[in-house]
Design a protein around this ligand. Structure first.
Ligand SMILES: Cc1cc2nc3c(=O)[nH]c(=O)nc-3n(C[C@H](O)[C@H](O)[C@H](O)COP(=O)(O)OP(=O)(O)OC[C@H]3O[C@@H](n4cnc5c(N)ncnc54)[C@H](O)[C@@H]3O)c2cc1C
Length: 331
C-alpha cells in the first residue's frame, strides 16, 4: 500500500515541521511491511533546509515543486500542484499534518479526487476489511469526544487522513534510506493565485508545552484564577511548564495557550502532573502518552487515576504546598 505524505516547512525556521517527520515514519510503518514505498510531496518557494532528515524516518522519494509564487499559502495553487503529484503517484494512502495548510488543502484535494478524508486521526493502522484485503483504519474521537470512531474508506482511493503534530511517535533509532529527491514539473497558472498577502503577523507562542520535560497542569478543581498560582509555583519549582484543562481555560483561570488535549496541545513529557483534573477523554487525548503521570484529585473514582502511574487522593490545596515545601527544602 503506497503512501504519500505532504511535507511542510516551518516558515520561520525554514526547517521541516515535526509533523512531516512523524507522518513519514507512520507511513513507513504502514507501507513498508507490505513492500510499498513512502513518497513525500512538497511545494513552496524552496525546500526545507533539513529535507535530508526525511530519509532517516522512512521516506523513499521526495517529489518537490519550488516556485517563488508559492512562498505563501495560496490554497488553489497548492491544491493544483499537490493534486497533480498525488495523481502521478497513485498512492493508496495520503497523509497530511492537521496544520493550517493541511486543514486548508487536504479537503480541496479529497473533494477533487472524490474520496474520503478523516480529520485529526489519533491512530492509523492497516487490516483486512471484508473482501477488500488490507485497507487503512482511521481512528479519531467523535460525537464531542464521547466515542472513538474507526473510519474506513473501502470504495475510493486514496484513503486520506490528517493528523495533528505530536500525535504519532518518532523512533529512537534512525533509518538510513538513500536520499532521493525528484523535481516535479507542472505548468503553473497565475490564475491559481487568488489571494494577495498584505502583511504576515507571526503569532508569538508564549508557552512551548510540546518541548517541556515536565508539565504541571491544573483543572477546574483548582477553584479560581488566584489559586492557579499553586500550579505555577509547582511548575517553576520543578523546572516545568504550566498546562491546563479546557475547563480551567473556560473558567478564565489561565490563557488558552496552556490548554492540553484534543483542542489544545499534545504533550509527551517525562512527567505530567494533573492537579484537580478529572481525566475526560478530550484531556487524555493530549497527555496520556506521557512517560509518567501523577494525578492529584480528591475523588478516588476520578478517571484520571485509570491512566496515572502514581496518584495522590486528596485536596490539592493541602498537597501542593507540602510538595513545594519539600522541593524548596524547607522541611
Ligand atoms: C469537542 C470537545 C473538545 C474538548 N477539548 C478539550 C481539551 O482539549 N482539553 C480538555 O482538557 N478538555 C477538553 N474538553 C472538555 C472535557 O470534556 C472536560 O470537560 C474537561 O477536560 C474537564 O476539565 P477538568 O477535568 O478540569 O474539570 P472537571 O471534569 O470538572 O474535573 C475537576 C476535577 O477536580 C477534582 N477536584 C475538585 N476540587 C479538588 C481539590 N480541591 N483537590 C483535588 N481535586 C479536586 C474533582 O474531583 C474533579 O475530578 C473538550 C470537550 C469537547 C466536547
Amino acid at each position: 500500500m503506497k503512501s504519500v505524505v505532504f511535507i511542510e516547512k516551518n516558515p520561520v525556521t525554514k526547517r521541516l515541521r515535526n509533523v512531516s517527520l512523524e507522518l513519514t515514519y507512520k507511513a513507513y510503518t504502514l507501507s513498508h511491511p507490505q513492500g510499498s514505498e513512502v513518497v513525500g510531496v512538497f511545494c513552496g518557494e524552496a525546500l526545507p533546509e533539513d529535507s535530508d532528515r526525511l530519509f532517516q524516518f522512512g521516506m523513499d522519494r521526495l517529489l518537490y515543486h519550488t516556485d517563488q509564487r508559492l512562498a505563501q499559502l495560496h490554497s488553489l495553487a497548492y491544491k493544483q500542484v499537490l493534486e497533480a503529484m498525488i495523481r502521478a503517484e497513485k498512492p493508496e494512502i495520503v497523509l497530511f499534518g492537521a496544520t493550517h495548510t493541511g486543514r486548508d488543502v487536504a479537503p480541496l484535494i479529497a473533494s477533487s479526487l472524490k474520496t474520503g478524508l478523516t480529520a485529526d486521526c489519533t491512530q492509523l493502522y492497516t487490516d483486512e476489511y471484508k473482501d477488500r484485503g488490507k485497507i487503512l483504519y482511521q481512528m479519531r474521537p467523535a460525537f464531542g469526544g464521547n466515542i472513538l470512531a474507526t473510519i474506513v474508506t473501502p470504495d475510493h482511493r486514496p484513503m486520506m487522513a490528517t493528523v495533528r503534530e505530536g500525535v504519532m511517535l518518532l523512533p529512537e533509532e534512525h533509518l538510513q534510506n538513500p536520499v532521493r529527491m525528484e523535481e516535479f514539473a507542472i505548468d503553473f497558472n497565475d490564475i491559481w493565485l487568488k489571494s494577495e498577502f498584505m502583511e504576515i503577523i507571526p503569532k508569538v507562542k508564549k508557552v512551548d508545552l510540546a518541548a517541556a520535560n515536565i508539565v504541571v497542569s491544573g483543572g477546574a478543581g483548582v477553584g479560581n484564577r488566584e489559586n492557579f498560582r499553586l500550579i505555577r509555583e509547582l511548575a517553576r519549582a520543578l523546572g516545568g511548564e504550566v498546562g491546563a484543562s479546557r475547563a480551567a481555560v473556560d473558567f478564565g483561570f489561565i490563557e488558552k495557550d496552556h490548554q492540553v488535549g484534543q483542542t489544545g496541545s499534545v504533550v509527551r513529557p517525562k512527567l505530567y502532573i494533573a492537579c484537580g483534573i478529572s481525566g475526560q477523554i478530550q484531556h487524555r487525548a493530549g497527555m496520556e502518552e506521557s512517560q509518567k503521570i501523577l494525578a492529584i484529585n480528591k475523588d478516588p473514582e476520578a478517571p484520571i487515576f485509570n491512566i496515572a502511574h502514581m496518584g495522590i487522593i486528596g485536596d490539592l490545596n493541602e498537597i501542593i504546598p507540602v510538595m513545594l515545601r519539600y522541593l524548596k527544602e524547607e522541611v
